[in-house]
Design a protein around this ligand. Structure first.
Ligand code: ADP
Ligand code: ZN
Length: 220
């Protein structure tokens, strides 16, 4: 099955996608993680993408779309994948449909994660990531067992460059509102959208949403 994680920055898409990957065996494809790996390895793609990422802008489709298509054509994606961070625009959604159609596949389920905006900024500022295995933690809500060290692989946790500055975060949220949020309507009309709220206010974490989603998948 091909799943899409939709939702603004800081709603926990990566965390939920990671749980779903473990449960289903379908690989999590995070465009942000692929870009960051390329940036740290200083590949040609990474150098180009960083011109946009460092400014909080979207990377152009000429770079992003073939990167996703190549990844989806890999053997481990033949039965399904969990897309985390793609598509982010209606144009990308249309291009995704075409690339899946070539393989006789379609988007089966889109998960719209929602979190109140006031919680989102704090969550992003408190986010810490493992540069090696890409696990995500939160200093207050979901800390690592040993402070500053990844539970999975023992690597020292870091804060993403684009998570350090509140203005950069606000810029990314503005792009989400303008370019990505229309996808909620787009996929709702196709009848594949489910919405899951994740918020401290209602004491509902990403892992609670994941339980719901897994039940949903089992019933499909
Ligand atoms: P966030 O959702 O917190 O912005 P991501 O890790 O998903 O972080 O992405 C980091 C950056 O990578 C984005 O700000 C954007 O510049 C770029 N990026 C990721 N996915 C896409 C995409 N589908 N299209 C264009 N740019 C993307
Ligand atoms: Zn790790």
């Amino acid at each position: 099955m091909y799943l899409i994680m939709l939702g603004a920055q800081g709603t926990g898409k990566g965390t939920v996608a990671g749980i779903l990957q473990k449960e289903t065996g379908w690989p999590q494809i995070s465009t942000g993680d692929i870009f960051r790996s390329n940036i740290s390895e200083k590949t040609e793609l990474g150098i180009k993408a960083n011109e946009y990422i460092s400014k909080g802008q979207l990377v152009p489709d000429e770079i992003t779309v073939p990167m996703v298509e190549n990844r989806l054509n890999e053997e481990d994606c033949k039965d399904g994948a969990i897309l985390d961070g793609f598509p982010r625009t209606v144009e990308q959604a249309e291009k995704l449909e075409k690339m899946l159609a070539k393989k006789g596949k379609k988007v089966d389920l889109v998960i719209n994660l929602t979190t109140p905006r006031d919680e989102i900024i704090t969550r992003i500022l408190n986010r810490r990531v493992c540069p090696k295995c890409k696990a995500t933690y939160n200093l207050t809500m979901h800390p690592s067992k040993v402070p500053g060290v990844c539970d999975n692989c023992g690597t020292e946790l870091v804060q993403r460059e684009d998570d350090k500055d509140e203005n950069a975060i606000k810029q990314r949220l503005a792009i989400y509102d303008e370019k990505t949020s229309p996808l909620i309507d787009y996929y709702n009309k196709k009848g594949v959208l489910i919405t899951e709220e994740v918020s401290q206010k209602i004491n509902r974490l990403g892992k609670d949403a994941a339980v719901d989603i897994i039940n949903r998948i089992k019933g499909m």
